[in-house]
Write a protein that binds this ligand. Structure first.
Ligand code: NAP
Length: 485
């Protein structure tokens, strides 16, 4: 394992992500004794604060975002004493001198976490380099979005690579910090029973759904320039797809796992203009209701007409031996009827049912991996209902639940960022996204966006509180498949 760091510098320390996720996650690690004893956390942003002011903000962030029974004043006091603050406007290079002074020797044990708008990444890196803070040992963590297309993503990656080599660059996709996502890897490669079935001979299709009930949540400026395809599919959903579809890595290490994921991403069949209308659906929510409460439409929320999609459904194919002919249906949207993130794997039916002559029908097995709102894994199997079967055999589909909350009740449920921050502190990039992965993701997404433009496709309205435009149902029904709802 690489050396543990002793200074974590957090850009965007006054922002929403720091407040809701990063500070509570670091507290969680401290509470479990996992932070290095000497770790200092230096926050920076434009807001004029001193250490005491930042600690005050830290206290309110912890009290607001940690479960009440997990917040302990004694641990908080120790944690808050690690926090320091340097005010800095990234666009003013001179300000980096103050940060350099606070960090001291940057060549020993420093990691930098950029939690700001990506337009500030390049000036940040230039400022760090000019102030002598781009030492060969510094680790650099970057939040999404990494660009808005392949070209802008390359510009960001080039700017980072000018001072921080790939093995010290930690691109965050917080889905990879989720326990169930890591459990998908364990399920596939720590058990014998799935791998022989994990291919086009036995799997009928895969569905990946990321459904949110929320609308813009005050992030309208960012979201309107991004849309569902770039905000969700380009990163989180393609990462989930890659983990489902990858070949067995030779080891659970950063190179082996990421080598396998990138092969899948590169094998995604491009969706061009000829296929876009049949293989993709876009939508934008109109006025409707969520949980019985009326909610405004997207245009109303954003205060202008917009052609940004808040829903997208896709039929993807992976062109390789294992997945030939297996559709991967991806669907994500805002203002859906329920919050639900899941991977649904539908196996094929038994080749011949010996129960047909006894009036019973079988249904194909399903594996459902739930990420939100609960982390669950459930294998749906056929079983015989109890009884003497005088009127015929009764088969019923029953779930075999590996409910993580029950099976591992002795473990605290962690925020996904806890895992990623600890890996950053300890220098393990396995659960971070490599440059070639990000670029393969963008190349596939850019092609779809170009096809939409070429075909003049625009999002179809759907009432808030529904599962998107009716064309999304037709996307799977054409193949005789229903979305798992
Ligand atoms: P945010 O609330 O808008 O915070 C932005 C941060 O950047 C603030 O601390 C702001 O502080 C600082 N900042 C802005 N301009 C600056 C400048 N010129 N110099 C120095 N600091 C500056 O954004 P966020 O929600 O925390 O998100 C941060 C990044 O993470 C974004 O790229 C976002 O897309 C990504 N992200 C966020 C979430 C989330 O849940 N929030 C989830 C995934 C990814 P001052 O105003 O004090 O300068």
């Amino acid at each position: 394992m690489a050396d543990r760091i002793s200074t974590l510098v957090m850009f965007g320390a006054t922002g929403d992500l720091a407040r809701r996720m990063l500070l509570p996650s670091l507290y969680g690690l401290d509470s479990d004794g996992l932070l290095p004893d000497n770790l200092r956390i230096i926050g920076t942003a434009r807001t004029e604060l001193d250490d005491a002011g930042f600690r005050e903000r830290g206290t309110s962030a912890l009290q607001e975002h940690l479960p009440e029974d997990f917040y302990a004043a004694g641990i908080a006091e120790r944690f808050l004493s690690r926090l320091h603050y340097v005010p800095l406007d990234i666009t003013q290079p001179a300000g980096f001198e103050g940060l350099a002074k606070a960090i001291g020797d940057p060549c020993h044990g420093v990691a930098i976490f950029l939690s700001t708008a990506p337009s500030l990444f390049k000036p940040t890196i230039d400022g760090l380099a000019a102030a002598g803070l781009a030492c060969p040992t510094v680790r650099m963590a970057l939040e999404k979005p990494l660009g808005t297309d392949l070209e802008s993503s390359r510009e960001i990656n080039d700017a980072v690579a000018a001072h921080f080599p790939e093995d010290r660059t930690f691109r965050i996709d917080h889905y990879l910090g989720k326990e169930t996502v890591q459990n998908l890897i364990a399920l596939r490669f720590a058990n014998l029973m799935f791998e022989p079935l994990w291919n086009s001979t036995h799997i009928d299709h895969v569905q990946i759904t990321v459904a949110e009930t929320v609308g813009l949540e005050g992030r309208g400026d960012y979201y309107d320039g991004a849309g569902a395809l770039r905000d969700m599919v380009q990163n989180h959903m393609l990462q989930l797809l890659a983990l489902v579809a990858m070949e067995p890595p030779s080891d659970f290490n950063a190179t082996a796992v990421r080598d396998e994921k990138v092969k899948v991403l590169r094998a995604l069949r491009p969706i061009g203009a000829a296929d876009a209308e049949l293989a993709t659906v876009t939508g934008q929510y109109a006025r409707g209701a969520i949980d019985g409460e009326p909610v405004p439409g997207y245009d109303e929320e954003i205060g202008r007409d917009s052609a940004t999609e808040t829903f997208v459904a896709l039929k993807a194919h992976i062109d390789n031996w294992r997945w030939k002919g297996v559709p991967f249906y991806l669907r994500t949207g805002k203002r859906m009827p329920m919050r639900d993130t899941e991977i649904f794997i539908q196996f094929k039916d038994v080749p011949y049912s010996i129960f047909a002559s006894r009036g019973a029908t079988t249904r194909p097995n399903k594996l459902v991996i739930g990420l939100q709102p609960e982390e669950t894994i459930s294998l749906h199997l056929m079983a015989k209902a109890p009884g003497l079967d005088r009127q015929g055999v009764r088969l019923r589909e029953i779930p075999l639940d590996i409910g993580l909350a029950n099976a591992f009740s002795e473990y605290r449920r962690r925020i996904a960022y806890e895992r990623l921050l600890l890996d950053l502190i300890e220098g393990d990039p396995t659960l971070f996204v490599r440059r070639d992965e990000v670029e393969a993701q963008w190349a596939w997404i850019d092609r779809i966006r170009a096809a939409w433009a070429e075909k003049g496709m625009s999002p179809k309205p759907y009432p808030a509180g529904t599962w998107g435009p009716s064309a999304a149902i037709a996307l799977t029904e054409r193949d005789g498949i229903s979305w798992n709802e």
